[in-house]
Design a protein around this ligand. Structure first.
Ligand SMILES: [Zn+2]
Length: 659
């Protein structure tokens, strides 16, 4: 036993030694791999082919690839068999690697990824899909690669899949050919990227294509049955693409741009190089567009194609160079579509959120690798906005362009960006950097003052305040102030709502539905008109409040909303079922069926949001029956962490109640 222990210690030391050194002595240049999926499920027995070319920068006796839980065979270096070690995390290749020499390594590998590649829909009737998520999960779980962002590689991937499925991966599809029931899809990249940006989606899709002003092919993927949702889902995509290319001043760096929705995605979206994967909860109709559209995520992931994919933060400390930039440029794209007031209001919301974060003691420096998303995204965006205000639009824009040109296909640090700005600005930005970026405290008062100086609208919004009720408050709702200011008044003093307030926009009417929960008799008719608004949030809130305020009218409200489904989580339908079940004497023949419909929504074949909502209602009604509980048990092993967290918490609560 002692001997064995020694070996383990040696290996651990050896591996960590490698971690610190690898990028200094080897430059991986190009990967060509072919992955075979005979079915849309994980297959540990299927061997895939792999070739990687690399150059030695500094002589060494070993190199490695990150490769989690894989098996290897036919490992060949420059056409000769070679000594290798597979420690379950890495494939280590031993040899006499000489400085300046090029090498060519080939092998076959089999993988059984537990994360980073997800096989969705195989145990149930849901849609079969394979999709990947490399950031935060490591591509090396499904493809031998480099976990360190600092080695950028050209990845050319090929996939063999059953013929009914579409494959979308990084780069351009150069060829598609059928052989023995499988179709071979060959993708080609021309430039390099960090391994976390390698991606693939495999599933049943149709595609709509456009071309950007600059000639880049844009592809919008969708499920074949969703053709009517393509327009609202992808609304403004091309406009934003053209705008960002122009605003950033640096041509889109990849061959094409593809966007693919996937089922029960881990996040809103992920900016894989030339291939954004996003949650199919954003696949929406034109009513849902008003409340829950893809525009912001769409612009954010697109901006990452430059900020993150083209220039990549060297380490967690500089993460804001990705998220802050993506958030800010997404806002600029939205400003182009939704106008200045929208833009400034979003910035103001960020200032308020950041001030709250500081007041609760959770604020950090922007350079803290453990900073919150709020800090990386919103503080990062505000820093850019304030910097632009300080140095002027022209200097800012040119500096961003220079920064991208100088560091393209490389990794970057905060100083790489700041020094480009300083060079054009002609003065040191050290105190700016300390105040806005390095300091733990976020200077929210200064940020607020800048927004007030820049925007009359923000000034007015700040002035309108009914926290301490004044005689002016009723006036605000009558006369012209912005919708946002009216919404603020309604949220603070809902009793001020009059019949005239209902004549406002969709958003103001939504605020009435959200905040005026006790409905005065003289507003009943106006309130009922909310049930017809083009907003599933408004309908949901109004239906509940009317049902609650006017018990004798319940059948009427239920009949009016019988056909409404809502978002992909069926928010209106679920509420409708629950209210129906709690309205005795209405629709009595149907109640058993409706209850089963509700329980059915907890099953694996439905999306995570819908399931969580159905479980939630069943818990509220204390009616999580055997089927519901069995579905809850299964939900604990779902690939999506939100589902798992919810299922574990609810299960614990049900257990506690039982005892
Ligand atoms: Zn992002």
């Amino acid at each position: 036993m002692p001997m064995k222990n020694l070996v383990v210690i040696f290996c651990a030391f050896f591996t960590s030694f490698l971690v610190a050194q690898q990028t200094d002595y080897v430059d991986f240049e190009r990967v060509e791999a072919m992955l075979v999926f005979n079915q849309l499920k994980a297959d540990t027995t299927q061997f895939n082919s792999y070739n990687i070319k690399f150059k030695i920068v500094k002589a060494t006796d070993s190199i490695y690839l990150d490769a989690v839980d894989m098996t290897f065979k036919d490992v060949v270096l420059d056409r000769s068999e070679v000594k290798f070690l597979n420690d379950g995390k890495k494939l280590i290749i031993f040899g006499d690697f000489k400085k300046g020499e090029d090498y060519d390594l080939s092998f076959l590998f089999a993988a059984s990824p537990k994360k980073a590649m997800y096989f969705v829909g195989r145990q149930n009737e849901g849609r079969n899909q394979i999709w990947t998520q490399g950031q935060g999960k490591y591509t090396s779980n499904w493809l031998p690669s480099i976990d360190d962002v600092n080695d950028k590689i050209e990845f050319d991937l090929k996939f063999k899949v059953p013929k009914d499925y579409q494959v979308v991966s990084n780069g351009v599809l150069t060829s598609k050919s059928e052989n023995e029931g499988l179709v071979l899809w060959e993708y080609d990249m021309q430039k390099t990227m960090s391994s976390y940006l390698v991606a693939v989606t495999i599933g049943e899709y149709a595609v709509k294509s456009k071309t950007s002003k600059s000639g880049i092919p844009l592809e919008y993927y969708y499920y074949p049955e969703d053709s009517l949702k393509v327009e609202p889902t992808y609304r403004y995509s091309k406009e934003m693409f053209d705008y960002l290319e122009d605003e950033i001043g640096f041509a889109y760096p990849w061959q094409n741009y593809k966007q693919v929705p996937v089922h029960d995605f881990l996040y809103s979206g992920m900016e894989n190089t030339s291939l954004t994967i996003f949650s199919d909860a954003f696949v929406i109709d034109s009513i849902a567009f008003n409340d829950k559209n893809y525009v912001n995520v769409n612009a954010h992931e697109l901006a990452h194609q430059w900020f993150g994919d083209l220039v990549t933060a060297k380490s967690g400390e500089h993460h804001w160079l990705q998220e802050g930039f993506a958030t800010y440029y997404a806002l600029l794209a939205e400003r182009k579509i939704f106008g200045d007031d929208y833009f400034y209001f979003k910035l103001l919301e960020s200032v308020l959120d950041l001030s709250r974060q500081d007041l609760t003691g959770n604020g950090t420096s922007l350079l803290d690798p453990k900073a919150s998303s709020l800090t990386f995204y919103q503080r990062g965006a505000l820093v850019l906005h304030v910097l632009k205000d300080k140095v002027g639009d022209r200097v800012f824009k040119q500096a961003v362009k220079n920064y991208l040109e100088k560091h393209q296909f490389e990794t970057v640090e905060t100083s790489d960006f700041i020094s480009e700005v300083e060079r054009l600005y002609g003065r040191s930005l050290t105190s700016f950097v300390n105040f806005w970026i390095v300091n733990k405290a976020f200077p929210y008062e200064e940020a607020f003052e800048i927004l007030k100086r820049q925007s009359v609208f923000i000034n007015e919004y700040a002035m309108v305040d009914c926290e301490a009720k004044s005689s002016k408050c009723a006036e605000y709702l009558k006369y012209y102030v912005s919708d946002e200011a009216k919404i603020k008044v309604i949220s603070q003093v809902p009793e001020l709502v009059t019949s005239d307030t209902f004549k406002n926009s969709l958003k103001v009417r939504q605020a009435i539905a959200m905040h005026l929960t006790k409905i005065p008799e003289h507003l009943k008719e106006d309130y009922e008109s909310l049930l017809k608004d083009k907003s599933y949030i408004t309908i949901e809130k109004a239906l509940y409040n009317l049902w609650d305020n006017y018990p004798e009218e319940r059948p009427k409200y239920l009949s009016k909303t019988r056909e409404v489904i809502g978002f992909s989580d069926k928010n209106v339908r679920l509420l409708w079922i629950v209210l129906n079940l709690n309205t005795p004497f209405y629709d009595t023949d149907n109640k058993y069926e409706l209850f089963n419909e509700l329980v059915g929504y907890t099953s694996e074949k439905h999306n995570v949001d819908l399931r969580i909502s159905a479980f939630h209602y069943l818990d509220l009604m204390k009616s999580c029956n055997e089927e519901c509980q069995s579905n809850l048990e299964k939900a604990k092993t779902h690939h999506n962490w939100r589902m798992v967290k919810f299922a574990k918490e609810l299960s614990k609560k049900l257990e506690k109640n039982k005892n």
